[in-house]
Every structure is written in structure tokens, then in C-alpha cells.
Design a binder for this molecule. Sequence first.
Ligand SMILES: [Zn+2]
Length: 389
Amino acid sequence: MSSFNVVYPFTAIVGQEKMKKALLLNAINPRIGGVLIKGEKGTAKSTAVRALANLLPDIEVVEDCPYGCSPYDRTLMCSSCQEKNGNLKKGWRKMRVVELPISSTEDKVVGTLDIEHAIKKGEKRFEPGILAQANRNILYVDEVNLLNDHIVDVLLDAAAMGVNIVEREGVSYSHPSQFILVGTMNPEEGELRPQLLDRFGLCVEIEGIRDPETRMAIVTNRMEYEKDPESFAEKCKKDEEALRQKIIHAKEILGKVKVSPEMLRLIVDICIDMQVDGHRADLTMMKAASAIAAFDGRTEVNENDVREAAELVLKHRMRRKPFSQQKMDSDRLEQSIQKNREKPPQQQQQKQQEEHRHDHHHDHSDENSQATRSDASKETYFRRVTPSG
Ligand SMILES: [Zn+2]
């Protein structure tokens, strides 16, 4: 039966809002560096990942290219597509979920370079690996904490750079490898080393759902889907298309999103207050907050975007704490934001020294950004929906 192939719709997933948002933000900007989903074994995670691939718009590819290069962006093409100088066979296809089994060897992941061939014939021969298949797709690693540390390292390198570089005995080969990285882990089966944890862009925990209404909705949806997947998918079609368009629009405006000096300062202050080492958290938070704004149809990052980004970016970067202290973390985040608000805008050392004025600029600026925000998002949203070519 063909209905066996009908993927459970993303928009029909009830609850797990943070997980869904983290996935969407990576779809908008894969350079955020992926999502680590923590939680017990279950189907929610892989269902969501498959649903995301199905939701995302089809991509145009060079048909016979093993990396599925885009026929248009030369900077993101493999060397062979570049050499063809625009003479490329084009086609469309759906995004895929490429799975990386935990038993994978390094060669299988990065691909193999034929050294002998290179020495004898002076030309490079490369057998593509999983990172080649993953280009422009979703790379899914179930139980990433059980994967060899070195392979996780290679994966995270590629995820951050969008390129896979293979070097063997002085010969090197590189190809595009831009993917949405999704790793899952069950914390009961061992932790990831903190150095690796820190390199996953975002991290979310699967929520245990205790609200009876939500649980009922989950079961009802699932039953309906299992009974007749096709009509269930048909019912969700409109929502799926609306969300797809929202993602397309967000990707289009992402490059225009601005982070004001005030918001950058807030990001940096939060990272300092939460005692996060290094600068990766600051950078990721900026990217995530920008993607959140773009998803909302705005080109200016506001405080709420930063708050939401902080929750996704900081969880796995803070020193480990017992479960009961997680509430305290969000209180600390709130305190940090509050503290920043109370600072006079454009705080400067000289100003600080000369006076202790207490004007309440912040109330105003809040109202302003609120107003521009809803207007802008409405306007751009509708303008976009109509033509879409
Ligand atoms: Zn190519």
C-alpha cells in the first residue's frame, strides 16, 4: 500500500514545542549547528525528524552529482559541478533524512580518498561517504552519545563549516556538506563529553506530557493517522503549506535580520551571567535569535527572541546540575535579562561615572519594538504569500 509511505505531518505533532522550534530554526539556518535532543527512547524524535524533511520545500539539484549541489550557487558547488561551468542537468527532489548508524567507521562517514590512484595518475579519486549524502539534507544520529568521540568531532566540524575536508598523506579533497544535524541521546545511557556537547548548536529535552488534554490529542491524532494516513495527511495539508511558506520566507529575510548593539550586549551579558565559557554560545545565540526573528517575519531581533534563543542555546553549556535545579536556571536567565533592562541604554563608562540618572527609557523602547514588530510581520507575511514563484 502506498499509504505506508505517508509521513506523519509535522504540524500534527502535539506538544514538544521546543523540539519543534529548534528543528525549524536549524532548517532556517543550518549554520546554527544542529540540535541535540535529549530524552528516553521513543518514537517522538525520529517522527519529528522525518516530518521535518517532508515539510521542508523540495530542493533543486544537479542531477548526477553525488552531493546534490545546487545548480545556481557556485560557491556551494563541488569541484566537478564547478568545472562544468553552468552546463548542468537540473532536477528537483525532496529533502532526505540520512541516518548515521553508530557502528559507522570514519571512512564511511567522511568518504575515502584513493591515495594510490592519486600518486600514480596524479588525479584525485574520491568515494563519497555519509557526509556527501547528507549535503543539503538532514543528518540524523540516533544515540549520538554512543558514537565514537572522534567521529562526533568530525561531524560537528562539518556541521559548523558546511564542508567536509578529507586529508590523507598530503592529498586533500573537500566537498560541500551542509546539513541539518540532529542528534539524539538518552542521558541514562551515558553523557557526551562536555567539549562535544558545547558544539551542538541547540539542545532540547523531550518533555514528559502530564496534561490530560494534550495526551488525549496525541493519542487521537495518532489513531486517526494509523487508520487512514492519506486522509490524515490531506487534512493537515493547509497547515503544512502555511508553515512551509513561513520557513521559505524566513530563509529569504534571514540575511537582512539586524541585531542592535543593545541586543548584542544582552546576549553577551546573559552568557557572562550564566557562566558560559568561550564565545560559541554568544555566536550561536545571535544566530538562533536572528532565525527566531526571521521565522516571525521580522528583521530586527528583540528581547523575546534573545530569551527564547538563550533557553535553546545555554541548557547544555552550563555546568551540570541536578534536575531539581533547572527551575533556578530559568530564574537566573530572567534576572539577567531584568538587570540588562535596568541599565540605561547605550551605557558608557564615562556616563556611568558622571551621573546616576534613572530615566526609564526601557518602557518606551519596549512599546516601540512591540508595535513595529506586529505591523512588519503582518505586512511581509501577506506580501509574500501571494506571488511565490
Ligand atoms: Zn556537485
